[in-house]
Design a binder for this molecule. Structure first.
Ligand code: PLP
Length: 381
């Protein structure tokens, strides 16, 4: 194993922490498919493994690698990003009050609206780009969790992580950050005092649009973390062994993929800003984006591979432009090697903050000139 403390995170990722298989010398770790493990003759489990729902040797390396990349104490893999997020809310005490952003992944917003209340959780949705708004809504006696996402779907709104952590902690609450769009390449929320980091590992961590997975990383292995661990093993939202292997394989190229996507997204945002058929470009890397200054402070190396554009002419013009692309794929999701385009208002429903003319762009690793030319020709109609 290489020393995670002395090496750049890109080196840790490329080598998956330098892990090799001790018994064969293989430079790629085996996939463990066993669902059950031998007891010792005296009935103990001294090797630490008993049953596949509680633990899986195929999780060890991806969990250890993400823990190192996030600078955390421990990581849990889940069967999806939603399962990871839901485990956090479901592990809170009954009658908890939580604060969530108005601009966030729509699937989690909708889960909070439809299920959290039934669990006895009260949710306030606030403008999380404003620390004052967060401060106003927190209830020192009842708020147990502030959940933020930054940059946040689909407007790429930016929330100040360190400022939110201070507000959460002064109320005795935890701060959890959905860092899916930022990735550990660009932002390390735990270094900014967040308590938990969540990823839809389906996106950049895996990076190839062929695994659904989620992760939680904690700053401390405390009682709440023990509850989350139990929530996974007893709730059963576990990842398959093959998916854990694919995820680790994807994470080995995380840095070059994210670095290239960021560079291309910046170029695409600048090119689209000059296009007369584009009403607005939403990208934290543009100095005129309202979250640019905070993003420049808490993101290093780029502003992410996600942006949105508003097309002149409303929903019809936006959908028509998306219909004309040839390289970009018209599909949901994000963070894969192939670039995706999607009309978000059609996906997110009535309470979406996405204006009807908004197209979301997930920038992949193709040649940026090809991507820009394809968009310009689609917009030019
Ligand atoms: N968070 C963000 C920012 C997402 O984009 C998504 C999925 O689109 C999720 C969470 C949910 O993750 P999953 O689809 O892996 O359950």
């Amino acid at each position: 194993m290489i020393n995670p403390k002395t090496l750049h995170p890109a080196t840790l990722a490329a080598q998956a922490l330098g892990a090799t298989d001790a018994s064969t010398g293989a430079v790629v770790l085996p996939i463990h498919t066993a669902t059950t493990f031998l007891r010792d003759p005296d009935n103990q489990y001294r090797r630490g493994r008993g049953y596949g729902r509680a633990d899986n040797p195929s999780y060890d390396q991806p969990q250890a690698l993400l823990t190192a990349l996030e600078g955390g104490a421990a990581t849990l893999l889940f069967s999806s990003g939603m399962a990871a997020a839901a485990a956090v809310f479901q592990s809170l005490p009954r009658d908890s009050h939580v604060v969530a952003p108005q601009v966030m992944y729509w699937g989690l917003r909708s889960w909070l609206k439809n299920f959290a209340e039934a669990w006895g959780i009260a949710v306030d949705f606030v403008d999380a780009t404003s620390l004052d708004a967060l401060r106003r809504v927190v209830r020192p006696d009842r708020t147990r969790l502030i959940w933020i996402e930054t940059p946040a779907n689909p407007l790429w709104s930016v929330t100040d992580i360190a400022g939110s952590a201070e507000i959460a902690h002064s109320a005795g609450a935890l701060l959890a950050v959905d860092s899916t769009a930022a990735t550990p390449v660009l932002t390390r929320p735990l270094a900014l005092e967040a308590d938990l980091v969540m990823h839809s590992a389906t996106k950049y961590l895996n990076g190839h649009s062929d695994v659904i997975a989620g992760t939680l990383t904690t700053a401390r292995e405390d009682a709440f973390w023990a509850r989350l661990r139990t929530a996974r093993s007893s709730g059963g939202a576990i990842l398959g062994s093959f998916e854990a292997y694919l995820l680790l394989r994807g994470m080995r190229t995380l840095f070059p993929r994210v670095e290239r996507a960021c560079r291309s997204a910046q170029q695409i945002a600048e090119a689209l800003s000059q296009n007369p058929r584009v009403l607005d470009v939403l990208y934290p890397g543009l100095p005129r984006h309202p979250g640019h200054a905070v993003a420049a402070r808490q993101m290093t190396g780029g502003f992410g591979g996600m942006l949105s554009m508003r097309v002149r002419g409303g929903a019809e013009a936006a959908i028509a432009a998306a219909a004309r692309v040839e390289i970009w794929k018209r599909a949901t999701s994000l963070g894969g090697v192939e670039s995706l385009i999607e009309h978000r208002a059609s996906v997110e429903g009535a309470d979406s903050p996405a204006p009807p003319d908004l197209l979301r762009l997930s920038v992949g690793i193709e040649d940026p000139g090809d991507l820009i030319a394809d968009l310009e020709s689609a917009l030019g109609g």
